[in-house]
Design a protein around this ligand. Structure first.
Ligand code: ATP
Ligand code: MG
Ligand code: MG
Ligand code: MG
Length: 476
């Protein structure tokens, strides 16, 4: 079953259960300064859960564009390393605004997954988790659905603080939240990893496919939980993960849409197609995030969302470089993406040229300093050093436009330590120099300036305090 068909089936199923099908909202949340990006389907309905907004319906279903790069939900470091994480992904969700609650939510999820009329997944391949103290959810799974006790796991506050559990979902530091029940698919013993709650649960054998959140609370700035006006339901199922299950593969990157992009990445970087090459998967992932960000109005810059976009583009370009592609390639993948996702997202087709141009400009800019930056990095490691020193990391950042997470990515894949403390010292010292000079205006520093004409040389001090201030701001 193609991803497009699964997406449609999900919406059809919930429409048949009285849900209003609502369009995806943009990746940039409207009027919500508490989060940078849309990290889940519930984001556009936040005020409905809080009781601040009334709609003409009390049940909704969506296929929502999501981005998890930066902030509380950040999967950037997982991309290329796990079979199930992306920066950009599509979340299928059904929502109840004070309408149905636990019993119906669980029954709907189970019917959609296992009924021969819908996805027909064998029940014995599925297991679930519930929040440790949620006897109600446990009983519904056990007595109503009939799931045996050994396939229901209670998960408590396993993140070291009250309500910090894999089974207590929160949108951000504040906002709607509540206990949840999650559904996992067992990919079998050929995949590494243990069941949820076990020490090796982070493997991909038991892949979490669907989270059903019982929205009951609103968390305020002090961390206190307040009851929502009416208990509600918010669910999220990754389209890429459910496609993995239904297409009989073991990794999201082998499903129709992603595999096409991994192939396109191989073609444009001039290497053979392989699922064992993390860099190809990173590039395939990142083209989606970058293209959709530009489509939704974000452009590369030195602050906020634009800096997240800049970092993702530069990471992708660096992975292409690592595969041996020294020329421009990344922007060419926009055409492939429009080919595989344009039907579902016409904005990719309509905006194709604009998206391509924006990515190309950023790619060109970084291409000017990437090579020389890499040479500097190699030189600093001469003599078999196993730690990248903070001064070099800082120079890479300030002069050659290597965001620190990109440098960390290089260190991780080469098994090098990164002297973060040293890097931060350099950063602070530079900030101090900038302050002393009384200059907070950005004047130079190729890596931070859209105009190549402003580039004043590869000197370590060719950036200024604004850059650092921005950088600091971006890391929060
Ligand atoms: P995981 O534990 O695998 O990181 P999660 O618990 O962080 O997932 P939720 O916040 O519960 O995920 O999101 C709901 C659903 O969205 C998940 O069950 C999964 O199907 C999907 N999902 C979450 N994060 C990603 C991601 N980075 N890439 C693809 N799908 C994702
Ligand atoms: Mg996660
Ligand atoms: Mg999880
Ligand atoms: Mg989850």
């Amino acid at each position: 079953m193609k991803s497009a068909e699964i997406r449609q089936k999900f919406l059809d199923f919930f429409a048949s259960k009285g849900h209003q099908v609502v369009a995806s909202s943009p990746l940039v949340p409207a009027n919500d300064p508490t989060i940078m990006f849309t990290v889940a389907g519930m984001v556009q309905f936040k005020d409905c859960f809080l009781g601040k907004e009334k709609r003409s319906y009390t049940r909704a279903a969506t296929s929502q564009k999501c981005l998890r790069a930066g902030g509380k939900h950040n999967d950037l470091e997982n991309v290329g390393y796990t079979a199930r994480h992306h920066t950009f992904f599509e979340m299928l969700g059904n929502f109840s605004f004070g309408d149905y609650f636990k019993r119906d939510a669980i029954a709907y999820a189970w019917e959609f997954l296992t009924s021969p009329a819908w996805l027909a997944i064998p029940a014995e391949k599925l297991m679930v988790t519930v929040y440790a103290s949620d006897d109600e959810a446990y009983d519904i799974w056990h007595t109503v659905v009939g799931l045996p006790a050994e396939r229901i796991v209670r998960i408590g506050d396993n993140k070291g603080a009250p309500y910090a559990s894999d089974n207590f979902w929160t949108m951000g530091d504040t906002g709607p939240c509540g206990p949840c029940t999650e559904i996992f698919y067992d990919h079998g013993p050929s995949v590494a990893g243990g069941p949820p709650g076990s020490p090796d649960e982070d493997g991909d054998r038991y892949m979490e496919i669907w989270n059903n959140v019982f929205m009951q609370f609103n968390r305020d700035e002090s961390g206190t939980l307040h009851d929502l006006p009416r208990p509600s339901v918010d669910t999220g199922m990754g389209l890429e993960r459910i496609s993995t299950v239904l297409q009989g593969v073991k990794s999201n990157y082998e499903t129709d849409i992603l595999a096409a992009l991994v192939k396109a990445a191989a073609r444009e970087t001039g290497v053979a197609y392989s699922q064992d090459q993390p860099s190809l998967k990173v590039v395939a992932d990142h083209i989606r995030a970058c293209a959709f960000l530009v489509a939704d109005g974000v452009l590369p810059s030195n602050e906020g969302r634009g800096y997240v976009l800049r970092r993702i583009i530069r990471r992708a370009v660096r992975h292409g470089y690592k595969l041996g592609q020294k020329g421009l390639f990344f922007h060419k993948l926009v055409a492939d993406l429009a080919g595989v996702m344009g039907d579902a997202y016409p904005q990719l087709v309509d905006g194709r040229q604009r998206i391509t141009d924006a990515l190309k400009a950023e790619e060109e800019q970084f291409a000017r300093t990437l090579d020389i930056g890499m040479a500097l990095l190699e030189k600093s490691l001469e003599g078999g050093k196993t730690t990248l020193d903070g001064k070099t990391a800082f120079t890479l950042h300030s002069t050659y436009g290597f965001p620190i997470d990109l440098t960390a990515d290089i260190c991780r894949e080469r098994n090098l330590a990164l002297d973060m403390a040293g890097y931060e010292r350099e950063l602070a010292a530079e900030q101090e120099r900038g302050r002393a000079a009384g200059s907070f205006k950005m004047t130079a520093g190729l890596a931070y300036d859209g105009e190549a004409s402003c580039f004043h040389g590869y000197s370590e001090t060719s950036h200024d305090a604004t850059v650092i201030a921005l950088y600091k701001g971006n890391e929060q």
